[in-house]
Design a protein around this ligand. Structure first.
Ligand code: SF4
Length: 280
């Protein structure tokens, strides 16, 4: 198979099929919700929608989102921008992607979803030389991206200081402010510290983690669990209409900061957490 066809297949599968861990989490949440509740009905509809999308290779949400590729740097020549752009163009023609990219100055559509800087491509160092080189794609819809937030501590409006309690207040505030938006249940990727730009970058990268994992740092792992539990006790529920499932997961990382700044950055992902990796 040619590389462009492999990337095309990656786009098709990412767009039409939820990752197994996310689908399982939605199914488990549906079973937990009260009989005949709107929460149960919404989650059931999401599951049915996912099954249909996979069967027909059609987008599982009409907003096919921003495409961000993480490419092993050893594939820099093979999986270059030309190859990814061509695969994106073909995916749009075949209907795996909606025409979803517009010029920010005049609002005109880039009908093939290809423009300067679109799709987004990151070349990343592989964790080990012996690993097989991979390409990972994440597709993030606008409704969920709009709900991502960055806080600067201290925050007097929240009574949040420059400590882990303050961090928790920011994260829970983001959950409350997202009520009714961003198609819950969602997943939070969080970065504690860093600067403004790397905060968003690292927070978004946490969305690539499997829902079943925990941070290797015991303090962050505890925080992930606590915040998930607290968020799901708020009663916000699927689509903000009430229920036990507001979040499917919380993934937190931390980065060093300068003494003068303390950012808490939250990348919010909706239930349509489309991510997939292929070995090239
Ligand atoms: S927030 Fe997510 S599920 Fe909702 S419309 Fe956007 S991409 Fe689709």
């Amino acid at each position: 198979m040619k590389t462009v066809d492999k990337i095309l297949a990656l786009i098709r599968d990412t767009s039409s099929s939820l990752p197994e861990d996310v689908e399982k989490a939605i199914l488990a949440a549906m079973r937990r919700e009260e009989k005949h509740s709107s929460a149960k009905m919404i989650l059931k509809t999401i599951i049915e929608n996912c099954e249909l999308a996979r069967k027909n290779s059609t987008p599982l949400c009409q907003d096919t989102g921003t495409l961000t590729f993480f490419v092993d740097s050893r594939l820099r020549n093979k999986v270059n921008r030309k190859v990814i752009s061509e695969a994106t163009r073909l995916a749009t023609v075949k209907g795996y992607l909606r025409k979803n990219c517009i010029d920010s100055l005049d609002g005109k559509s880039y009908d093939d979803n290809v423009a300067e800087g679109a799709p987004v491509i990151h070349y990343v160092e592989s964790e080990s030389k012996d690993s097989k080189p991979t390409v990972t794609l994440i597709m993030k819809g606008g409704g969920s991206e709009n709900m991502s937030r960055q806080y600067s501590l201290p925050d007097s409006t929240l009574g949040a200081g420059r400590d882990l309690k303050g961090v928790e207040k920011c994260i829970l505030d983001a959950v409350v402010k997202t009520q009714g938006y961003g198609c819950a249940p969602g997943i939070l990727g969080v970065c504690i510290g860093g600067d403004r730009a790397t905060g968003y970058e690292i927070a978004k990268e946490q969305l690539l983690r499997n829902l079943g994992d925990s941070s290797k740092d015991s303090c962050l792992a505890k925080m992930e669990k606590t915040i998930l539990k607290k968020a799901n006790s708020l009663g916000i529920g699927p689509m903000g209409l009430g229920g036990k499932t507001t979040l499917l997961g919380v993934k937190i990382a931390s980065r060093p900061r300068v003494p003068a700044s303390f950012f808490v950055t939250i990348a919010y992902m909706c239930w349509a957490a489309r991510r997939r990796t292929v070995v090239i």
